[in-house]
Write a protein that binds this ligand. Structure first.
Ligand code: TMP
Ligand code: ASP
Length: 263
């Protein structure tokens, strides 16, 4: 599939014009950043794994009626997506205390929260993505009250779905980040889930040992970052157990949902 001109380059992905109006091609890079770009590395094979994990999760969410930007995976690193206007908010759902909430509220890492909580952060690298409340969001017009309600409702449904999905893979979903966008269809505006859902934006711990399988391996210099992501893919049934993954000699070997090799 021919990709058009590059329209955006982020820390972990590049967006190109797609083959049809209203579509884009999302390319997954191997770059990993943390602490607002202060820490950077190239982790060979990460992009291939995130492409495939995000495809798997987005397809599952579509099946339970959550609209997403995902159309189809094109190859090991690219997927065709719907062009949306990104809402400049990161929507974080937390089940267990980890990361910034521990410092902010003085809670011990690993403590279960009284219930799942949804938080909003304003997407602005220069400001370090500050946490914001609903009043800031509506005062500055980043999203309408209806969009806030819809994002919260979708985020909690995604949390229920993902918590179950990961639990069957023997993984505890600690927290995760979502992004939403507006899709314009004539006079209609539709809120849909955008970006990616992958170990880059989730905290995933082994159900028994608590071993970290997500980007905290990179943030905390624990090593074997890609191996953690690969184990997530294996447990979800995306990657064959016996395989040392390669893409053109570098990167994971992946299987389709019916177990056939796709590379
Ligand atoms: P936090 O504990 O650092 O606030 O992160 C909460 C969740 O959001 C965690 O799963 C990591 C994810 N996240 C991102 O995907 N991008 C970001 O820029 C940040 C700060 C967090
Ligand atoms: N993605 C953010 C960054 O690159 C923060 C993070 O995920 O820790 O800086």
């Amino acid at each position: 599939m021919a990709r058009g001109k590059q329209i955006y380059e982020g820390k972990a992905k590049i967006l190109y014009e797609g083959p049809e109006p209203g579509t884009l091609i999302q390319f997954f890079k191997d770059d990993a950043t943390a602490f607002n770009n202060q820490k950077h590395s190239v982790l060979e094979g990460k992009g291939v794994l995130n492409n495939r994990i995000s495809e798997f999760v987005m397809l599952g969410l579509e099946r339970i009626g959550i609209p997403t930007h995902f159309i189809k995976r094109i190859n090991m690193r690219e997927q065709l997506i719907r062009h949306v206007e990104i809402i400049p908010l990161e929507v974080v759902v937390r089940n267990v205390a980890a990361g910034s909430i521990c410092k902010r509220l003085g809670i011990k890492e690993g403590e279960a929260l009284p219930r799942s909580v949804v938080e909003f952060y304003y997407k602005d690298d220069k400001l370090g993505d500050p946490m914001v409340g609903e009043d800031h969001i509506t005062a500055w017009g980043w999203a309408s009250p209806q969009e806030i309600d819809d994002m919260m409702a979708y985020a909690l449904r995604v949390n229920d779905y993902l918590s179950g999905l990961f639990a069957t893979a023997h993984i505890r979903l600690i927290d995760f980040k979502l992004e939403f966008g507006r899709q314009y269809e004539g006079d209609l505006v539709r809120l849909i889930l955008a970006d990616e859902i992958s170990p880059d934006g989730c905290r995933l711990w082994d159900l028994e040992s608590g071993e970290i399988m997500d980007k905290d391996r990179f943030r905390r210099d624990l090593g074997d970052v890609v191996e953690g992501y690969r184990e997530v893919a294996r447990r979800l049934g995306i990657l064959r157990n016996d395989e040392e993954p390669k893409d053109n000699g570098k990167g994971p070997k992946l299987v389709s949902s019916n177990g056939e090799s796709t590379s």
